[in-house]
Design a protein around this ligand. Structure first.
Ligand SMILES: Nc1ncnc2c1ncn2[C@@H]1O[C@H](COP(=O)(O)OP(=O)(O)OP(=O)(O)O)[C@@H](O)[C@H]1O
Ligand SMILES: [Mg+2]
Length: 427
């Protein structure tokens, strides 16, 4: 049997055990003293059950940060665990993870060694690819983060508050570095521009910047607040699914899941933002908004909020396929009336739906000059920028709620019925 200890803030809250049967059987057991606050997943409360499993697939929360696609193959080779199972990979990348959980074999020695970067350096990277390669070897194995795009978790060294009297530094896992892939040249610039469109639409969205050559996207981590780790859980895990099933849902089910998990105070705002984000994804041509691209942040069961939006890309400019997840039963590029029906499903009045759609349209339209500028500024991005412009302009034409025909203004004074003067009888 193999064991991994699950840590929250350096404290063991439970053990994940793998029985070496065929196939492996995974069981998670909470520590005897685990309290409600020691939950590893919002779907696995310790007070409800202390033993979760056995099961033949990793529990969704433990599968959540495993690398996918080519990145997984690379890491398997780098960790010399080729052909091994999910558990071995989790062991290889588990000491530094997105969210609050960490997975280690030796709880007495839980901290992964990491070379911090200078935060000012991150703001001024000329050659992104070169920079990425220079830090990649050091950081790749300590990067417990999912997704297909090549990426690493970067730590930065920051001056402690009030460092004038007590000199010192604090190392925080503060950034994600995401690099372009040859097969999808321009993807990170596209993601940067789409993020700007969402920001203009007043949606909470990840803070992103680009290296000077446009090959590296520098993302600020939202699962850290003042250097303290927050629990983050993707909807794939919240809906009890593993990464392979990230497309196996509908957007209506995603709304229901948001309603089930997000605290009442921010629930309707979260659903409204989700509606606006999907309108934005329709306009910018993002077909890849699967269940791992939405999540919640939380400090306790009573404080669960929708995380900022992330991984917004104009996938259409690279491969023109429609979303596979259905909205109001449709898996095509949704027409205007489908978005309106979905807005009503999200609890909005027709007037509010119209207003939200048009605000998002204005934001996307206002980002077009930035798309053009990126096409001019990064020569090999020019063809992608051109495709993005054409797609966005066309989508705006299809989706913007046309002004309703102005109705005849009401008459100020009701017209009096003309009284016919008739001659009285006998006249
Ligand atoms: N700013 C952020 N802060 C914290 N976690 C993040 C942030 N951005 C992304 N993540 C986490 O990292 C994962 C991978 O990031 P992202 O979706 O951007 O990668 P990707 O390779 O483009 O994914 P995909 O395979 O969907 O294309 C997300 O699913 C989420 O769990
Ligand atoms: Mg993603």
């Amino acid at each position: 049997m193999r064991t991994l200890y699950i840590l929250k803030q350096d404290r063991v809250v439970g053990e994940l055990r793998a029985e070496d049967t065929q196939p492996s059987q995974y069981t998670f057991v909470y520590s005897a003293k685990a309290s409600e606050a020691d939950f590893v997943s919002l779907t696995m409360p310790p007070l409800l059950q202390s033993v979760w499993g056995p099961r033949t697939k990793l529990h969704p929360i433990f599968d959540m940060n495993l690398p996918e696609g080519e990145r997984r193959l690379y890491l398997e080779r780098a960790a010399r665990v080729a052909g091994a199972d999910d558990f071995t990979l989790l062991q290889a990348v588990g000491a530094r993870q997105i969210g609050l959980l960490r997975f280690v074999t030796d709880p007495a020695n839980p901290r992964a060694k990491v070379t911090p970067l200078n935060p000012q350096r991150l703001q001024n990277i000329e050659r992104g690819l070169e920079f990425f390669e220079s830090v990649f070897k050091d950081l790749a194995l300590g990067s417990g983060i999912s997704g297909v795009q090549p990426k690493i978790l970067a730590a930065t060294e920051q001056l402690l508050n009030g460092a004038t009297t007590t000199p010192g530094t604090l190392i925080t896992d503060s950034h994600i570095l995401k690099r372009d892939r040859d097969a999808y040249n321009g993807m990170v610039i596209s993601e940067y521009l789409c993020t700007q469109a969402l920001k203009r639409a007043n949606l909470p969205v990840v803070h992103a910047s680009l290296s000077e050559d446009g090959k590296l996207l520098i993302l600020e981590r939202f699962d850290r607040r003042d250097g303290v780790a927050l629990h983050f859980e993707e909807f794939c895990s919240l809906m009890g699914k593993s990464s392979l099933d990230k497309y196996d849902t509908t957007y209506e089910r995603l709304v229901q899941s948001v309603q089930a998990f997000v605290e009442p105070e921010t629930r309707q705002r979260a659903v409204t933002n989700l509606f606006r984000a999907l309108v934005a994804y329709r306009l910018i041509g993002n077909a890849d908004a699967h269940l791992k691209n939405f999540g919640v942040l939380c400090t306790s069961f009573d404080d669960i909020r929708l995380a900022p939006f992330y991984d917004a890309v104009c996938t259409r400019a690279f491969e023109d396929v429609p979303p596979t997840i259905t909205l109001q039963g449709k898996a095509s590029w949704w027409p205007h009336e489908v978005l309106v029906r979905f807005g009503r499903y999200c609890g909005l009045s027709t007037g509010d739906v119209d207003a939200h759609i048009n605000t998002v349209c204005d934001a996307v339209e206002a980002t077009l000059p930035q798309v053009d500028a990126a096409g001019g500024g990064y020569p090999d991005f020019a063809p992608v920028a051109e495709r993005m412009r054409v797609l966005w302009v066309h989508a705006l034409e299809e989706i913007r709620t046309k002004r309703r025909k102005p109705q005849r203004p009401a008459l100020k004074y009701p017209r009096r019925r003309r009284r016919l003067r008739t001659l009285g009888p006998g006249s």
